[in-house]
Design a protein around this ligand. Structure first.
Ligand SMILES: [Zn+2]
Length: 397
């Protein structure tokens, strides 16, 4: 059996970086993760219908079940020539592991996978490690695991970078579309057309009205929304358009559903435009994207990632900050929200399971061509992880 040492975990992370895995193309990484779980002596390993890999270390008793989660997809690397170190070579240099996925999230994924293995024979509750697909496109993998597959867990730890802090939530994100409809016509004869662009001023004013009245949270800050784009059809410059789509990016506080979001936009538009003029129409909807899993499932998915927040005084947060401690100095780790969205929105925001985050890595390197993971920080994080898992297990028991 393979030994669960930091050196082996680092080599495993390097192997994963060398297998590029854009969203929907995670198969090679999923297989490599299952192979490593097997080598590390996991008790059960499965791959589900959307392509998530799930490994279990069985507990010796009936203590609560801890779920560890990272994602198997990565964002695009862009032009490799723009990288100081090639994005898929996993170079270790200057004390850092370099490459796409080094910190988001293949480094932390390797650490979580090893941390669970380190608890073989030491845990009274099951430790489940589920690495899910399509997180970078809204989290179909995690939503499937929690909702359709009905994964049971008492507490969840997400491996998105926290630089050694304990993360306790984030805002959610929804992408909405306001579709303005009219009647197309030749630009030389405007009288025969209904120009969909004429609806634009009241709709943009309504978006600003709504943006000026957003709730705020002391930890997460304010909810915010803004129009980020306009699509016009037909695209021809000598045709009066019959369809104009306004795109809205909305960062919401936990608890907001997409039904709430569309209803609020509709109400704001009514505030600026009591009746839609004859021959025109307005529809508000969540933006959708056709997605495909590496296992071959296809679905139109709404562009919505829920937010979540666990109170800083929650027993799980207190246990986690004490178990992790500080890399430098004394006292418990800092509890704070993430600025970006994670799959924790599904486990906690939608399913109510206490969820926290812990991982090495600095947020500012994520999704950039300088992505890197501090090797010493990663070594420290792995040394804290088993204690963290046992502490949160006890806290919910
Ligand atoms: Zn990530």
């Amino acid at each position: 059996m393979k030994e669960a040492t930091f050196e082996n975990a680092l080599a495993f992370a390097q192997d994963l970086i060398r297998l590029p895995s854009p969203s929907g193309e995670e198969e090679a990484v999923a297989r490599r993760v299952a192979e490593e779980m097997d080598a590390l002596g996991y008790d059960a390993i499965t791959t589900d219908e959307v392509g998530n890999v799930i490994g279990v270390i069985h507990g010796s008793g009936s203590a609560p079940r801890v779920l560890l989660n990272c994602h198997t997809d990565i964002v695009a690397a862009g032009d490799p020539a723009e990288w100081e170190h090639p994005p898929f070579e996993a170079v270790v240099k200057g004390g850092f592991l370099h490459g796409r996925g080094a910190m988001d999230i293949k480094g932390p994924l390797a650490l979580q996978t090893y941390a669970a293995a380190m608890l073989r024979g030491r845990t009274e509750g099951d430790v489940v490690v589920a690495h899910t697909v399509l997180e970078e496109r809204g989290g179909w993998g995690m939503e499937h695991l929690m909702t359709e597959a009905g994964m049971k867990a008492d507490v969840v730890i997400i491996g998105e970078s926290t630089h050694g802090d304990v993360a306790i939530g984030h805002r959610g994100r929804g992408e909405l579309e306001v579709v303005l409809r009219g009647l197309a016509g030749h630009a030389s004869a405007p009288g025969r057309a209904r120009n969909a662009l004429d609806l634009l001023p009241p709709v943009l004013a309504a978006v600003r009205d709504l943006a000026a009245n957003q709730p705020s949270d002391p930890m997460l800050g304010a909810s915010s929304l803004v129009a980020t784009g306009i699509d016009v059809l037909p695209e021809s410059r000598n045709v009066i358009p019959d369809q104009v789509t306004v795109v809205i990016d909305w960062r919401v506080l936990p608890g907001t559903t997409f039904e709430d979001m569309t209803a609020a936009v509709e109400a704001a538009i009514r505030g600026r435009l009591a009746t839609v003029p004859d021959g025109f129409g307005i529809d508000v909807r969540m933006a959708q994207e056709r997605q495909r899993t590496w296992t071959g499932l296809e679905r139109d998915r709404q562009m919505f990632s829920p937010g979540f927040m666990v109170h800083a005084d929650h027993a799980v947060v207190r246990a986690a900050t004490e178990a992790v401690g500080r890399r430098v100095g004394e006292g418990p780790a800092t509890a704070r929200p993430w600025t970006f969205a994670t799959d924790g929105g599904w486990s906690c925001g939608v399913h109510g399971i206490p969820t926290i985050g812990f991982a090495p890595g600095e947020e500012r390197f994520a999704h950039t061509n300088t992505e890197r993971l501090d090797v010493d920080e990663a070594r420290w994080a792995l040394s804290r992880y088993p204690e963290l898992i046992l502490a949160v297990q006890q806290a919910v028991g």
